[in-house]
Write a protein that binds this ligand. Structure first.
Ligand SMILES: Cc1cc2nc3c(=O)[nH]c(=O)nc-3n(C[C@H](O)[C@H](O)[C@H](O)COP(=O)(O)OP(=O)(O)OC[C@H]3O[C@@H](n4cnc5c(N)ncnc54)[C@H](O)[C@@H]3O)c2cc1C
Length: 506
C-alpha cells in the first residue's frame, strides 16, 4: 500500500478523524469538528489486538470491512479519503504523524473490552509525548467518569434529545493519492464467514430503521419473545448500533417523531416498547464503563468460586457439556434449536439468548466467562457492555437481580407450541440421531438454587448487594420500568424493580 503524501505546509493544523465503532457520516461529532480545520484526513484502524481477541470472529471482520467500504465511498463524495491501516494504534498513529503531520486526533469515546481500554491509555500517553491534541466525544448515553448513578436517565434524555449533527458538506482536497483498497478477509487471517451477510453501512441502517418504523414495529411487543416471529418483528438494528452505522440519538429521535405523528395506535404502542430498549442499551454499557472488571470477574464477589470454569479452563465432564451446548446437542430441543439458529445466522432474540445462558449457568452449572466468549463470537451485534452485563445477570452473579431460570420445555410450549421452529433447526429431532438430555433438569436446578440462594442469604452478600445496587442499579439511575414488576420484585423494590421488569418483559 503506497503511503499518502501531504502536499505542503507541514505545520498547518491538521485533523485526523479516527473512525472506530462509528462508521457513518450523520451525527458524527469528530467529523463535524474536522470541517473547522484547513486540512483533514480520516483513518480506520484494524487492530491486531481486536482480530486476535477471543470475542472476534470472521463474521465481525466481514461486516466491518463491508461497512468500511460503504463509508469509504461516502467519505470520498465529500472529499475526505479514508486511510485504512492494519496495525496497533500507537505504531500506526506515529507512522501517520510522520506522513501527514497531523496535530489533532478526533474520535468518539469507546466502552470496550480490556484491550481497547489499555490501547486508549497508550494512545493518550503517545499524544502527550508528541504534542498531539486528542479530543473525544460521547456517541451514546454512556457517561465517562460518572460520579453517581442518580439521575443518569435524565442525562441520557438530555443527550438523546439534543440536536443531531449534520452530515458535512465537503472537505478541501489536499492528499495527493487515490483511495487505497481495503484489505480482504483472508489477508487478515480469516476464512470467509458462513453466516448470511447483514446489509452493511449507513444506508442499510436507515433502511432497516425505516421498515421498522413504517410497519414492522407494529407487532413488536407481541413478536419479540418467540424466535418464530422475532426475526421480523424486532428492529434488527443491533449490529448497526454496535458498529455505529447509525447513531443512538438519530434512532431515538426518528422513533419519537414517528410515535408522535402516526395515527396508528398499534404502531405507536409497539414503538414505545422499542424506544425504552434504547435506554437499556446505554444502561448496560454504563455498567462496563463504571466497572471494567465485570468482563471477567463476578460483580457479586460473594459468589466467587462457586462454578467450574472461573479460575481454570473447563475440563472433564464440564468441558464435554460445554461443547455439547456450543454445538446444539444438549438433548433439550429448544436450547439446541436456538444455538443452531444463532450459529447459522449471527442473531437471536433476547429471550432465547437469556435461555441459552440460563441453561449454561444453572442446568450445566458453568461459570459465565467461557460460554460468554463463545456467544460473543456468534453475536454479530457483540457489544461488550451489554453482553458481559447480561451474561452476569442471566447467570445470577450480579447480586441484585432475581435468579431467573428458564425452563426450556416451558419456553418451547409458549413460544413454539407446534414445534415448527425446533424441527426447522433440528432435522434429526425424533430420530435416534438426536441425543438424550445431557443433564437431569430437576437435580441440576435443585443444586444450583441451593448453592446460590445459600450464598445470597449471608449478611456479607446482602451488604455487597447494596453497594452494587448503589453503583449500577436501574432504580438509582431513574430508568422507567418497561413493564409492571411482579409482586415478588415489587417486594424487593429496594433492589431493582425496573431491572426485574426488564427481565420479565422479553
Ligand atoms: C446474554 C445476552 C447477551 C446479549 N448481548 C448483546 C450484545 O452483545 N449486543 C446487543 O446489542 N445486545 C445484546 N443483548 C441484548 C438483546 O438480546 C439484543 O439487543 C437484541 O436481541 C438485538 O436485536 P434487535 O436490535 O432486533 O433488538 P430490539 O428488540 O429491536 O431492540 C432495539 C435495541 O435496543 C437495545 N436492546 C434491546 N434489548 C436490550 C437489552 N435487554 N439490554 C440492552 N439493550 C437492549 C439494543 O441496542 C437493540 O438493538 C444480549 C442479551 C443477552 C440475554
Amino acid at each position: 500500500m503506497r503511503p499518502p503524501t501531504a502536499s505542503s505546509h507541514p505545520s498547518t493544523p491538521t485533523a485526523l478523524v479516527w473512525f472506530k465503532r462509528d462508521l457513518r457520516l450523520r451525527d458524527h461529532a469528530p467529523l463535524v469538528e474536522a470541517t473547522q480545520f484547513e486540512r483533514a484526513a480520516a483513518l480506520l484502524l484494524i487492530e491486531p489486538e481486536w482480530l486476535q481477541s477471543p470475542e472476534c470472529e470472521a463474521r465481525h471482520v466481514e461486516f466491518l470491512l463491508a461497512c468500511a467500504e460503504a463509508l469509504q465511498q461516502d467519505l470520498a463524495c465529500i472529499g475526505l479519503p479514508l486511510i485504512v491501516r492494519v496495525g496497533s494504534a500507537v505504531a500506526v498513529l506515529e507512522q501517520l504523524r510522520q506522513e501527514l503531520g497531523f496535530s489533532h486526533l478526533l474520535s468518539h469515546e469507546e466502552t470496550g473490552t480490556g484491550w481497547s481500554y489499555v490501547r486508549d491509555i497508550e494512545v493518550a500517553r503517545w499524544c502527550r509525548t508528541r504534542g498531539v491534541a486528542w479530543q473525544e466525544w460521547p456517541q451514546t448515553g454512556v457517561v465517562r467518569r460518572l460520579k453517581s448513578r442518580s439521575g443518569w436517565a435524565a442525562l441520557w434524555a438530555q443527550r438523546m434529545d439534543a440536536a443531531p449533527l449534520p452530515r458535512p458538506l465537503g472537505f478541501k482536497p489536499w492528499l495527493d493519492q487515490p483511495q487505497a483498497p481495503l484489505p480482504r478477509l483472508q489477508d487478515l487471517g480469516f476464512a470467509p464467514s458462513t453466516v448470511p451477510a447483514t446489509p452493511p453501512g449507513e444506508r442499510a441502517a436507515w433502511q432497516t430503521l425505516g421498515s421498522f418504523l413504517e410497519g414492522r414495529g407494529r407487532d413488536y411487543r407481541s413478536a419479540l419473545s418467540s424466535p418464530l416471529t422475532a426475526t421480523e418483528g424486532c428492529s434488527r438494528l443491533s449490529a448497526h448500533l454496535a458498529f455505529g452505522t447509525i447513531s443512538m440519538r438519530l434512532v431515538h429521535q426518528a422513533t419519537e417523531r414517528r410515535i408522535a405523528s402516526t395515527e396508528d395506535r398499534s404502531l405507536a404502542y409497539g414503538l414505545r416498547g422499542f424506544s425504552s430498549r434504547l435506554r437499556w442499551h446505554c444502561h448496560f454499557m454504563q455498567k462496563l464503563e463504571d466497572e471494567p472488571a465485570l468482563e471477567w470477574r463476578n460483580l457479586a464477589r460473594a459468589v466467587d468460586g462457586l462454578r467450574p470454569g472461573e479460575s481454570a479452563p473447563l475440563e472433564g465432564v464440564d468441558r464435554e457439556r460445554f461443547e455439547a451446548w456450543c454445538e446444539g446437542r444438549t438433548g433439550y430441543p429448544m436450547v439446541d434449536a436456538c444455538m443452531r439458529q444463532l450459529r447459522a445466522t449471527g442473531w437471536l432474540n433476547f429471550r432465547m439468548r437469556a435461555m441459552l445462558v440460563s441453561f449454561a449457568a444453572y442446568h450445566l452449572w458453568l461459570h459465565w466467562r467461557e460460554p460468554g466468549l463463545f456467544l460473543a463470537r456468534q453475536f454479530l451485534d457483540f457489544e461488550p457492555g451489554i453482553h458481559w452485563s447480561q451474561m452476569q445477570m442471566q447467570s445470577g452473579t450480579t447480586g441484585i437481580n432475581t435468579l431467573r431460570i428458564y425452563s426450556p420445555a416451558k419456553q418451547a410450549r409458549e413460544h413454539d407450541p407446534l414445534g415448527e421452529y425446533q424441527r426447522c433447526w433440528l432435522p434429526e429431532l425424533g430420530t435416534a440421531a438426536y441425543p438424550a438430555p445431557i443433564v437431569d433438569e430437576c437435580a441440576a436446578l435443585a443444586r444450583a438454587k441451593e448453592a446460590l440462594y445459600g450464598q445470597r442469604r449471608r449478611p456479607e452478600a446482602q451488604a455487597e448487594a447494596e453497594r452494587i445496587q448503589d453503583k449500577h442499579g436501574s432504580r438509582k439511575s431513574g430508568l422507567p420500568s418497561t413493564a409492571r414488576p411482579s409482586k415478588a420484585s415489587a417486594r424487593r423494590g429496594a433492589t431493582s424493580a425496573a431491572e426485574q421488569a426488564q427481565q420479565s418483559l422479553f
